[in-house]
Write a protein that binds this ligand. Structure first.
Ligand SMILES: [Cu+2]
Length: 448
């Protein structure tokens, strides 16, 4: 029997989950869920190791400042939005050797999590329609190893529990930042283990839990990822062959396949100015000609007007500061580094990998904006309307088609999706360069 499209339906909320589970599967599973909740326990916030100075634009309570052991300091403000959840603002980067912080972003936040099911019967907008922000999870010290858990006042949350110890900031090693054996000069081997600042929250939506993770590397790279974990949706085991995968014994129950289309919204403020410029680069590689090998030519296209962009081999974009230059006189910029994605063609706003739109204060979510006037175009693809960019906002869409597997239970292993932005000419050299090599900039001359 065909069912109506259910885009307005709210998924079972966290606090209602136990009841929903009891109704669906009986007392034993509900009791198990209650046990798991007890195990999670209340989290105790750890004292901060060093009191941070307030970042511009926020009080110390809303400042995240971390000097990594490799010498790089990241500073930002955080706040918690009633729909987007964690929002990071005034993000700046100060590697060793830079006299003052270099501003990177005015604001960085999730822009939507769109979850359409393959049978067409369910389609969720997790940020704007499913109380993503309200279901902020309490973190135990063990899931913020070595870090600090900040208390978040959740807007429109549970009145009996408005403050949630739910924001972790911590540091982590990421392996080699670089390695170089200086064979011709000193004979020394230079190596450094890279360090990252991590900032994350966990938000529950129905049976799922989303980890929203921001990773700030000591070399200036920022990685943003959403990890889905929790449980497969217990309510979606009714798929037919071709729309799901048999989970559990035999081929009785098919977990319905679905997509997680995650959007990020980045408002760049390079060197303190929102008037950034966007550039697209494409390279073409020729066939070999005669004795010469194949050649490659790279061309730049200035993106002066709003853009709906798609990844292509040899294509990339960067956001360039209109004012700031590094010590070599090169304009500072950040490059978009894509992550693996499966582009969902089912909706107009999921049909492109990235969008650049002119700033508009109501445009905070890629779709279903709560604050736009009724006549305002409904989704990010519709905002690409030929407007000249003076204050570009970058939207990145990363899709994951989730065909369940037996290993997805129980709990479901975290599956990550996301992308990075990497500095290009923000500093004149590798920001982690050891001082013995600091003279080796450009086409340097041999020293005897
Ligand atoms: Cu999934």
């Amino acid at each position: 029997m065909p069912e109506k499209h259910l885009s307005g339906v709210v998924r079972p909320r966290g606090r209602g989950r136990a009841a929903r589970k009891a109704a669906a599967v009986g007392v034993s599973l509900a009791a198990l869920a209650a046990g798991a909740t007890t195990l999670a326990g209340p989290a105790a916030a750890r004292p901060q190791t060093a009191p941070a100075a307030a970042a511009p634009g926020c009080s110390t309570a809303y400042t995240i400042e971390q000097k990594l052991t490799t010498g790089t300091t990241w500073r930002m403000c955080w706040r918690y939005d009633s729909k987007a959840g964690l929002v990071l603002e005034n993000i700046s980067y100060q590697p060793k050797g830079e006299a003052k912080p270099i501003k990177v972003l005015n604001s960085a936040r999730l822009g939507q999590i769109h979850v359409p099911y393959d049978d067409g019967k369910h389609e969720y907008y997790d940020l704007t329609g499913q109380d993503f922000a309200q279901e902020l999870m309490e973190l135990s010290p063990g899931e913020c190893p070595g870090g600090t858990i900040k208390t978040v006042k959740v807007p429109d949350g549970d009145p009996g529990h408005p403050n949630v110890k739910g924001l972790c900031t911590t540091t982590r090693s990421r392996g080699h930042a670089y390695r170089m054996h200086d064979l011709f000069q000193s004979g020394k081997t230079y190596q450094q283990q890279g360090k990252d600042l991590l900032v994350y929250t966990v938000n529950q939506v129905g049976w799922y839990e989303y980890i929203t993770e921001w990773r700030f590397q000591d070399d200036g790279t920022i990685n943003m990822n959403v990890g889905a974990t929790g449980s497969l949706s217990f309510d979606d085991y009714n798929a037919q062959d071709g729309r799901g995968w048999p989970i559990g014994k035999g081929a009785r129950d098919y977990s319905t396949s679905h997509s997680h289309n995650v959007f990020w919204r980045l408002d760049f403020g390079l060197d303190g100015s929102s008037k950034t410029k966007v550039e697209q680069y494409d390279s073409t590689v020729s066939a070999p000609a005669g004795r010469e090998g194949p050649t490659a030519r790279t061309t730049r296209t200035k993106v002066g007007k709003e853009l709906a962009g798609d990844y292509r081999t040899y294509r990339w974009w960067r956001v360039v500061s209109a004012t700031g230059k590094n010590k070599d006189g090169h304009a500072r910029s950040y490059e978009l580094v894509p992550g693996p994605t499966t582009k969902y063609p089912g909706r107009s706003f999921t049909r492109h990998d990235m969008y650049v739109t002119e700033y508009d204060k109501c445009e905070l979510f890629a779709s279903n904006n709560p604050t736009c006037a009724s006549g305002h175009p409904k989704s990010v693809d519709k905002w690409v309307g030929g407007q000249t960019l003076t204050h570009p906002v970058v939207w990145v869409n990363v899709g994951f088609h989730h065909i369940a597997r037996d290993e997805d239970q129980q709990p479901m292993p975290v599956h990550w999706q996301g992308f990075s932005i990497a500095p290009r000419d923000v500093t004149a050299m590798n920001p982690l360069t050891p001082k013995e090599l600091a003279w080796q900039n450009g086409h340097w001359e041999w020293r005897s």
